[in-house]
Design a protein around this ligand. Structure first.
Ligand code: SAH
Length: 350
């Protein structure tokens, strides 16, 4: 798909024309990855963070957040629950937390693999190559690291580097993760202040260049305890080309991601459900997505993993999330995917 065509779709607002985009994305999804919807159990293992991302509620500067880090035994209990629930994968996600040490995470990964055999996805931010290599050797299968936006100037503005450190940057890290043998996932937020439709089109091209195994896109949701949501940024003059952080723009990005990277695993995200609790997840699944990520985080911690406000399903139990996910999948005539739901092999590998 050419860039002009991508941009034309991003600008399209007529419901009857968009139906064509949804239809194409849904057909590509069915042809390439089938009707199974894979369930990835999400365990939010720590909300501690050393970074100052201007969009995220977990940022170190947010003093109003109660911080936690789950104990290894608690994480393992969640993984056992995932196995009982019939999930194929657990996703361990956290702020960038040095308290999650190289040895500590290796132990946890080894424990989960040994006891459950589930696929393990890590999403622990920008970590050292030595750590990433060791976790891979311990058995981690996949790594999720959104590049957030392909616009380098915008990225620097919302995601300041750590003082006094040389960092490879997320795009280089993604290539390293691939080299280490991880299935590699990335993605962006849709509607960041200062992000244009051209930027979103470039994001899609970067998805293609990186040949991603997993792509997660969700709307940017302002969090009042972050600088991006208050003061200067909020009162910046909104450019005419500003990408809106709407449900509709997010569906367009999901559908176009499917068309650009047809074999990728694409979740219908919680941020989408947050904008439309009633049917956001279903629309995502019908417009290109093939993955849901039911929450497994234990009750006492869940409310504190507040990357953005009013997150969907904060008060539900893990079992409620499972039942809800299954119900929604069956109601739209799809089935729960079996097995780990690994990425399809790349063309080059046959
Ligand atoms: N520390 C890890 C995990 C972060 S949370 C990391 O940085 O990779 C996972 C994702 O939540 C982020 O990559 C970002 O895309 C999304 N996110 C953070 N703040 C958000 C906000 N205000 N609105 C919408 N999505 C947000």
């Amino acid at each position: 798909m050419k860039k002009e065509e991508i941009i034309a779709w991003l600008k399209e607002d007529r419901a009857e024309d968009l139906r064509e985009l949804w239809r194409r994305a849904d057909r590509a999804r069915r042809d390439w990855v089938g009707d199974g919807v894979h369930l990835r159990g999400l365990i939010e293992i720590s909300n501690r963070c050393v970074r100052q991302c201007r969009y995220c509620g977990l940022r170190a500067g947010n003093r109003s957040l109660t911080r936690y880090r789950m104990a290894p035994g608690e994480i393992l209990d969640c993984a056992r629950e995932a196995l009982r629930f019939g999930y194929g994968t657990v996703v361990l996600q956290a702020g960038e937390d040095p308290g999650l040490t190289r040895e500590g995470v290796s132990e946890i990964v080894r424990g989960i693999k040994l006891e459950t055999g589930l696929a393990v996805t890590l999403s622990l931010g920008e970590r050292g190559l030595d750590e990433l290599a060791e976790w891979r050797a311990a058995g981690a299968d996949r790594y999720l690291l959104r590049f957030e936006t392909s616009n380098a100037a915008l990225y620097r503005r919302i995601h300041p580097p750590r003082r006094g450190r040389e960092e490879p940057g997320r795009i280089r890290l993604l290539r390293e993760l691939r080299r280490l043998g991880y299935e590699t996932g990335s993605g962006v937020m849709v509607g960041i202040p200062g992000q244009t439709l051209q930027d979103l089109a470039a994001d899609l091209e970067l998805f293609r260049d990186l040949d991603l195994d997993m792509i997660g896109v969700g709307p940017y949701i302002p969090h009042s305890a972050t600088p991006l949501a208050r003061g200067g940024e909020a009162s910046r003059k909104v450019s005419e080309d500003q990408a809106p952080n709407t449900e509709l723009m997010t569906y367009k990005m999901v559908a176009l991601s499917r068309l650009v990277c047809p074999r990728a695993n694409i979740p219908s995200t919680t941020a989408l459900a947050t904008l439309n609790l009633e049917s956001g997840r279903e629309f995502g699944l019908q417009r290109g997505a093939n993955v849901l990520m039911p929450n497994l985080t234990p009750e006492p911690y869940r409310v504190h993993y507040e990357i953005y406000p009013n997150k969907a399903c904060l008060r539900e139990s893990a079992a409620d999330c499972r039942d809800c996910a299954r119900g929604r999948i069956e109601a739209i005539g799809r089935s729960v995917g079996r097995g780990p739901g690994s990425a399809l092999k790349r063309q080059a590998e046959g």
